[in-house]
Write a protein that binds this ligand. Structure first.
Ligand SMILES: Nc1ncnc2c1ncn2[C@@H]1O[C@H](COP(=O)(O)OP(=O)(O)OP(=O)(O)O)[C@@H](O)[C@H]1O
Length: 319
């Protein structure tokens, strides 16, 4: 049965402001088709969690769907907010309007907002997909992620870009993504190796002394379109944990370029763990990121499990 009502959660800051045009186009289609909806606008960073909590606490429309228009961070915050409420099973539709849009890419939802909208509007039953669930002991945090949680290189890229004046400047020209690339190159050469302890599904411990990055991921994509972990599938009930050792620059650069070009590439300083219960610890201060949002700097003690999420899009309706 088609959704009876849509709560649209909209982040005007997503995609360096480009999401505004997406909302206009979505509203036009929904008005033309006389679909019932209301728009809730995220007014500040982190507001989306509150909006989703309000919807999950007070929704009284049977068959309602929460439709997110924004980037991966907005989707993350919406799910996080909903999961705190009595209606945690409300289905979530998604129109990618961010700068990276790795979740859409990772599950095969079209990047084109209007095509994604058709996938949402043609849905009759929820699609259940894996998302990651984590607890972090050092700061006593817990939550969910749709793409990945990373510590090390990617954490530092997100931290530096979020506070960089280059990003503020480039955002004026809707070129926010370029700022990640520039910081990515700078941090690439600045990232120091750090020790990581990983516990696999069976609780076996592996110590890697000179990590460059370590990421728990729900699907293959990372960093706005890099197919980093081809074997990660958001339907297998497992997460993939990837650890890259501090690299030999020349070989690693070649490997990265191949990945960015969408080619299959092998690199022998990568460790791969898979399971529905994984743990990692860093003994030194490192930066972390979750779905492209800063987690801050700390020694991390992360535990990962898999949760299920009701989504509202029909992935066979892509054309
Ligand atoms: N009104 C607002 N003003 C400024 N920032 C906001 C506002 N509402 C939400 N935010 C913040 O915007 C940030 C970016 O959101 P989001 O990740 O959805 O977009 P993006 O970074 O362009 O996309 P992606 O993660 O796919 O690259 C989030 O940290 C969110 O908390």
């Amino acid at each position: 049965m088609a959704a009876a009502f849509y709560y649209i959660i909209f982040n005007p800051a997503a995609g360096s402001g480009n999401a505004v045009d997406t909302l206009k186009a979505v509203r036009k289609v929904m008005n033309d088709r006389q679909i019932d909806y209301e728009v809730r606008v995220s007014r500040y960073s982190g507001h989306t969690v509150q909006l989703a909590k309000q919807i999950g606490s007070f929704n009284d429309h049977p068959g309602a769907v929460v439709l997110v228009i924004g980037g991966d961070g907005t989707l993350n915050q919406t799910i996080t907010g909903l999961k705190m409420t009595r209606q945690a099973d409300l289905a979530v539709g998604y129109i990618p309007a961010g700068s990276g849009n790795d979740f859409a890419r990772g599950i095969g939802l079209p990047d084109d907002p209007m095509k994604a909208l058709e996938c949402v509007l043609s849905t009759e039953t929820p699609l259940v997909l894996d998302i990651g669930q984590y607890t972090e002991q050092t700061h006593q945090e817990s939550g969910y992620f749709v793409n990945n949680i990373g510590v090390g290189y990617d954490g530092n890229v997100i931290a530096r870009t979020s506070h960089s004046q280059i990003k503020t400047f480039l955002n004026r020209f809707h070129l926010g993504k370029l700022s990640y690339f520039i910081t990515g190159v700078i941090v690439f050469f600045a990232q120091k190796p750090f020790p990581v302890i990983v516990y696999d599904q069976q609780g076996r411990m592996e110590i890697i002394q000179d990590a460059f990055l370590v990421d728990a991921t729900n699907h293959p994509y990372f960093g706005g379109g890099i197919r980093f972990m081809p074997g990660a599938v958001p339907t297998d009930g497992e997460l993939d944990l990837v650890l890259v050792e501090h690299p030999n620059w020349v070989v690693f650069l070649f490997y990265l370029i191949q990945l960015i070009r969408g080619k299959e590439a092998k690199y022998d300083r990568i460790h791969h763990f898979k399971g529905n219960h994984l743990r990692l610890e860093t003994t030194e201060l490192e930066a972390g990121q979750m779905d492209g949002e800063e987690m801050g700097t700390r020694p991390f003690e992360l535990e990962f499990t898999v949760a299920k999420q009701n989504f509202w899009f029909n992935l066979s309706e892509k054309k």
